[in-house]
Write a protein that binds this ligand. Structure first.
Ligand code: ZN
Length: 160
């Protein structure tokens, strides 16, 4: 269910933990199951209590959040998700001041986060990821095209 059609309580229930948010990012990034970004094999093991998956073939570790606005951020994913939810609720977009107040955060932090989200929507790869994740209004982020193709589609499905 897209964010914008979820009410507050549904949203709160669904994204109630870091793990729940991480799972949503994972599912948006790898809808058909994990694919190693290095060797393109589809077997990986989630590192316990971490945001990384280790490839069973090449042994390299892939961060679930790499290439997303959430990567290396100290802000909890639940907070990021709330911010994006707030941003998706109104075509005009929520003001930085208001978002900062609602989230109980510093203006500058929220300003930077909102900037990252908007910038991500302009980036093709990230846009596809965020579109799947947030389904925010087209008009808000400006003429992005809908579409799933990233020019390198993966047809293999998860074996295990
Ligand atoms: Zn690999």
């Amino acid at each position: 269910m897209p964010y914008e059609s979820m009410n507050l309580l549904e949203f709160q229930r669904r994204f109630n933990s870091e793990e729940a948010c991480l799972k949503a990012i994972f599912d948006a990034r790898w809808p058909k199951g994990f694919i190693c970004v290095y060797c393109h094999h589809n077997d990986g093991i989630r590192m316990a209590r971490r945001r990384t998956i280790q490839c069973c073939v090449c042994r390299r570790q892939v961060s679930i959040t790499s290439g997303t606005v959430f990567h290396r951020s100290k802000v909890p994913l639940t907070t990021w998700f709330w911010l994006i939810y707030l941003m998706s609720q109104d075509k005009g977009g929520i003001s930085t001041m208001r978002a900062a107040k609602l989230l109980g955060m510093h203006y500058t932090t929220v300003y930077n986060m909102m900037h990252k989200v908007r910038a991500a929507m302009q980036n093709r790869q990230e846009n596809i990821l965020l579109s799947g994740l947030v389904e925010v209004d087209d008009a808000f982020f400006g003429g992005r095209s809908r579409g799933k193709s990233d020019g390198r589609s993966v047809t293999r499905s998860k074996s295990a």
